[in-house]
Design a binder for this molecule. Structure first.
Ligand code: UD1
Ligand code: UDP
Length: 363
């Protein structure tokens, strides 16, 4: 069986790292990189560090408005699919690369496997919500990270092809955190940044809802960060860099340390050693939960509702007061940690097994 996997954005490389490993020996997999993320520290570093197979194609689509970016991906992915004639098209998550891959395949009657299916914020203004709802509705296999995701799909009448596998990001954390801890070069990041374990907070910001508020929104967030007792370290996403630099130049914040985006191994070390995470990222709020680091999610809703149990993750409005109040006064409840809502760390294996069963069925 031939699988074409379409990836394009940072979190998809991280998810593909563990799934591609599990697919070895199960099928022939070729990776198509749309080029949605292209800076070396948003793309190459993950392929190099995580041993992801080199993409067979890089479509070089780059940045653009939603229509231009998604449209160019759709045309170029179609060309690849016509040439390669795969049996399965595999996509991850909810980015423009996800919907472009799924739509190109679906129109050619190539069955789509969606990893991280069934997530919902129920906020259709989010580009990610549009992408994931549409992708789920044209997918043949829907690999769900949580029972909530399975239930969400059921509410939309999708039950066929749905499988609860657990979250591949848990597999990824369990595997790569150990790899990172064993690598003294990666551990050197603490000294290089002048930070000590548990003496800093870690933040990331990149979501459209955050940056759409412009400089004013970033200043409001940074005013809260400025008043926190520990330094706030921000590996800054390229989407937010200019606004963040402007905010610091304008307001003269001292408690905020902007750094370039880091590789995944360093990011795992920075997350596991932070005393708190503040983020609008989907992946990072979950990684914080996996590592038992309290998290403040700078959004009105989360798709990962399980993380809210016992205040390990709390939502904050994008106001200085709400962020500060939640960051300073939230106390997580250790008793809420008993459950395993994200599976057993073997999601990738389950996905590979499901696709293997399909190979055996068709051969
Ligand atoms: C995308 C996804 C989002 C995901 C995020 C992961 C969509 C609609 N959004 O958001 O769901 O959470 O990736 O990080 O697919 N840029 C660079 N260099 C790069 C990549 C981006 O400079 O390598 C800058 C460009 O100015 C670009 C902007 O970042 O316009 C936004 O990039 P884009 O891929 O459109 O969206 P993300 O915010 O990265
Ligand atoms: N990440 C990383 N380096 C960074 C920032 C984030 O490796 O400088 C990782 C993070 O640990 C998580 C993933 O990128 O695994 C999350 O990606 P992002 O926040 O860009 O997207 P989202 O998860 O919100 O779609």
């Amino acid at each position: 069986m031939k699988v074409i996997t379409v990836v394009g954005a940072r979190p998809q490389f991280i998810k593909a790292a563990v799934v591609s490993e599990a697919l070895k020996g199960v099928c022939e997999e070729k990776i198509v990189h749309t080029g949605q993320h292209y800076d070396a520290n948003m793309s190459d570093v993950f392929f190099e560090e995580l041993g992801i197979p080199k993409p067979a194609y890089n479509l070089g689509v780059g940045s653009g408005t939603h229509g231009h970016q998604t449209g160019e991906m759709l045309m170029k992915i179609e060309d690849v699919l016509l040439a390669e004639k795969p049996d399965v098209l595999l996509v991850y998550g909810d980015t423009n690369s996800t919907i472009a891959g799924a739509l190109a395949a679906s129109k050619l009657h190539i069955p789509v496997a969606h990893v991280e299916a069934g997530l919902r914020s129920y906020n259709m203004r989010m580009p990610e919500e549009q992408n994931r709802v549409l992708t789920d509705h044209i997918s043949h296999w829907l690999f769900c990270p949580t029972q909530t995701a399975v239930d969400n799909l059921k509410k939309e009448g999708i039950v066929q092809g749905v499988q609860l596998t657990g979250d591949v990001m848990l597999d990824s954390v369990l595997h790569f955190l150990e790899v990172a801890r064993r690598n003294p070069q990666k551990a050197a990041i603490f000294e290089a940044l002048g930070i000590a374990p548990k003496q800093y907070r870690l933040a990331t910001l990149h979501r459209a809802e955050t940056t759409d508020g412009g400089l004013e929104a970033i200043v409001r967030i940074f005013r809260a960060f400025e008043q926190l007792p520990q330094r706030v370290l921000i590996p800054i996403h390229p989407r937010t860099r200019k606004l963040a630099e402007q905010a610091i130049a304008q307001e003269g914040f001292h408690n905020i340390q902007l750094i370039d985006p880091v590789g995944y191994l360093e990011m795992l070390l920075l997350t596991s050693n932070a005393c708190q995470v503040l983020t609008d990222s989907g992946g990072l709020q979950k990684e914080a939960w996996f590592m038992e680091v309290p998290c403040i999610t700078l959004r009105k809703e989360t798709e990962w509702v399980e993380t809210l149990d016992g205040n390990w993750n709390v939502l904050a409005d994008l106001t200085t007061e709400d962020i500060l109040q939640k960051a300073l006064h939230t106390v997580p409840d250790p008793a809420a940690r008993g459950k395993l809502p994200f599976g057993d760390g073997k999601a990738s294996q389950k996905i590979a097994e499901a696709l293997k069963r399909e190979t055996e069925r068709v051969s």
